[in-house]
Ligand binder design. Sequence first.
Ligand SMILES: Cc1cc2nc3c(=O)[nH]c(=O)nc-3n(C[C@H](O)[C@H](O)[C@H](O)COP(=O)(O)O)c2cc1C
Length: 183
Amino acid sequence: MNKIIDTIKSRRSVRKFKEDKIKEEELLAILDAAIHAPSGHNDQPWHFTVIERKEMLERINREAKEEMIKSEEEWICKIGKSSRNILHDAPTLIIVSGRSDTYSPLIDASAATENLMIAATSLNIGTCWVGLVNYFFKNLENIKLLGIKEGYQPFYAIAVGYIKEGYEAPKINRNKEVVNYIK
Ligand SMILES: Cc1cc2nc3c(=O)[nH]c(=O)nc-3n(C[C@H](O)[C@H](O)[C@H](O)COP(=O)(O)O)c2cc1C
């Protein structure tokens, strides 16, 4: 129909990345797209922490999984015990946080995140939303460790990088029975 709708529809979670980081200008462009999202009360309560240091990425994965092993939810525990890297070995991770004293920080941060992901897709950059990173923040000290300011809560992360050659996201169906009309 048009380019933007095509881009939105072509976005898929990417779980295999090349090792090299995306270019600085690409990173800035997707972050800039993020901050153009709408926000309740125009609070713009989002904050992004860009992590590219390998040791830190390894630590986040390791400590999150150590917490996941303790979970009573079987599927979480299973991932914790597996060899899977919950950050999908992405070269860049963006932690998305929100300012707690605002009207709708999680909703606003999520609107910004979708902007970021669509912008990334338009630049042939892969992204994957990583809710599991929350297990890393069970240890509240880790919020400080990443320099996330007082009053902000980390919500989740986005793994970002160039898509590994040959990667194909699994087929999924879109449930279309999600609309009712009053005409
Ligand atoms: C709130 C939320 C949390 C998610 N957490 C994870 C995660 O921890 N790991 C992961 O690989 N994918 C995660 N995803 C990605 C979903 O699995 C994915 O969006 C869904 O399967 C649909 O596939 P698609 O993104 O390719 O359309 C998350 C998505 C959302 C919106």
